[in-house]
Design a binder for this molecule. Structure first.
Ligand code: PLP
Length: 482
């Protein structure tokens, strides 16, 4: 059975439940499976015939010891996690034209791609915690979509307290309301003012909490951000799923274009390819916060100041899942990873040796899409494809396809990952369509409308006092409910 190691190499192997409940490994690294299973295409095709949840069962089964979770329980957790999706096929893929497709990852309860892995992850945590008779506090920093997905999935779970932290004024009001109007007793959104680097500032506070062993123990800390292995695992499945929806014959190679922030989704794509999916190229599509573009195009991981863009969910300057991907491109050499991490932490930049850069960029292209290009793409697609409305992140993925010269491969099918519903970003839609009055119906959603006429339940604080105020509130809440 697969066990889990750390990218930093100094923990003993742990089981799936341990990896999922702790989030970070005890040595500060990211959990990685000790082997990657390989599926034959015919095996995958058979699983795909049972729909998205059938595929999910087949893939996830390989990563969890049945002694920890028997087949029937796994099937039930998967069914429960995806029952709130509004599309019957869970994740539809639509053809825009010819060989160009859009995979719609936003039909979950909070209308972003974060719902895909979050429901299963939180149901899994609840499952293991119930058996252990334990509780946890989830603390997470959000750039706008992780918070709502986690809040929704955790609402009402007696094993969990959920503390989403967000940079106030830097996410859309619609996203904020998705967290603050839930009214669940165990969900405590905190709007933080004065974050110069947006969500990255909040990540620092979260990392500080985890680095303090007393807090980690007393506050029962855990994390569901995209460093959690379970999220990467579940995100491999949509790559398989859309592959079988678009190809004409098994074995055909396809291209995926992915809007990338913390690199969780693309890292999952890399695992899907490692497990046997025929992918010709992954396009790593960033906005002007182009850390990942520099990683692929220049072989350098370097941190620059955050810029606020119209694709705010990928306004991220440190793509922490990159270490997980790099680990497999260095044959699991944890010592080497430690050297790179130390250099990055000390210097704010690391230039990778030529042979490592050459290896990890194999089958990857990258580009940075400006706000003007994003808005123009939304406008053009809307005009040319019957009012089909992309959200700004899906537009980044689509714009990246024409910016990246795919060379001599026009015959390959290209699948763009649309990661959010446009109704989460009405102000950007207005800007793109140059619309002063009412927005088109495609830019609205009943769940967003419902949240507009409910009370906010939230705490706010200044960035400087966040750590003090948060730890006190968390302790109080645990005392009150234990
Ligand atoms: C989180 C998110 C992304 C980026 O995914 P990563 O796994 O962080 O690279 C892209 N688009 C939207 C809408 C998101 O919420």
């Amino acid at each position: 059975m697969i066990q889990y190691l750390s990218t930093r190499g100094s923990i003993r192997p742990v089981r799936f439940d341990e990896a999922v409940l702790s989030g970070f490994a005890a040595d500060g690294g990211l959990f990685v499976p000790d082997k990657i299973p390989h599926f034959s295409l015919t095996a995958l095709a058979t699983m795909a015939r049972q729909g998205y949840t059938g595929l999910a069962f087949g893939v996830i089964r390989e990563f969890i010891d049945p002694a920890l979770m028997p087949d029937a329980d796994l099937a039930e957790l998967i069914a429960k996690s995806f029952s709130g999706f509004e599309a019957p096929e869970v994740i539809p893929t639509v053809r825009l034209k010819d060989n160009l497709f859009v995979q719609e990852l936003f039909h979950g309860p909070t209308l972003s791609f974060k719902d895909i892995a979050m429901g299963f992850l939180i149901n899994c945590m609840d499952y293991f915690l119930q058996r252990r008779k334990e509780r946890l506090s989830l603390v997470l920093a959000t750039t706008g979509d992780t918070g709502p997905a986690a809040a929704y999935a955790a609402a009402g779970k007696t094993t969990l307290e959920c503390w989403p932290l967000y940079p106030k004024g830097m996410i859309s009001e619609e996203q904020e309301r998705q967290m603050t109007t839930l009214g669940a007793e165990n969900v405590h959104p905190v709007g933080v003012t004065g974050c110069k680097n947006g969500g990255d500032d909040l990540d620092v506070v979260v990392a500080n909490l985890f680095a303090n062993p007393e807090w980690k123990r007393d506050l029962k800390l855990s994390s569901v951000n995209s460093i959690n292995w379970c999220r990467v695992l579940v995100q491999t499945i949509h790559y398989f799923h859309s592959y079988f929806q678009v190809v004409d014959h098994l074995g055909e190679e396809v291209v995926f274009s992915v809007p990338a922030g913390a690199f969780g989704n693309l890292c999952a794509g890399f695992f899907a390819r490692s497990m046997g999916l025929p992918v010709k190229t992954f396009i790593c599509a960033t906005n002007d916060n182009a850390t990942l573009h520099r990683v692929f195009a220049q072989g350098v991981l370097s941190q620059k100041e955050l810029k606020q863009t119209v694709s705010s969910a990928i306004d991220i300057v440190i793509p922490y899942n990159f270490w997980r991907f790099l680990y497999f491109n260095c044959d699991g050499d944890a010592e080497l990873i430690n050297r790179f991490v130390s250099e990055f932490e000390a210097e704010g930049a690391v230039q990778f040796p030529e042979e490592i850069w050459t290896r990890y960029r194999e089958g990857f292209r990258s580009t940075a899409v400006s706000d003007e290009e994003t808005l123009a793409t939304m406008r053009e697609v809307f005009a040319q494809h019957d009012g089909y409305l992309l959200d700004p992140h899906g537009a980044v993925a689509l714009a990246a396809v024409s910016k990246c010269d795919l060379g001599a491969h026009p015959e390959h099918k290209v699948i763009c990952l649309a990661t959010a519903h446009p109704a989460k970003f009405p102000a950007v839609v207005r800007q793109a369509l140059d619309e002063a009055g009412a927005l088109p119906e495609q830019a609205t959603h009943p769940a967003i409308e419902a949240a507009k006429i409910q009370f906010h339940h939230l705490r706010t604080c200044r960035y400087e006092i966040l750590e003090t105020a948060l730890t006190a509130a968390m302790r109080q809440r645990l005392d009150k409910t234990s």
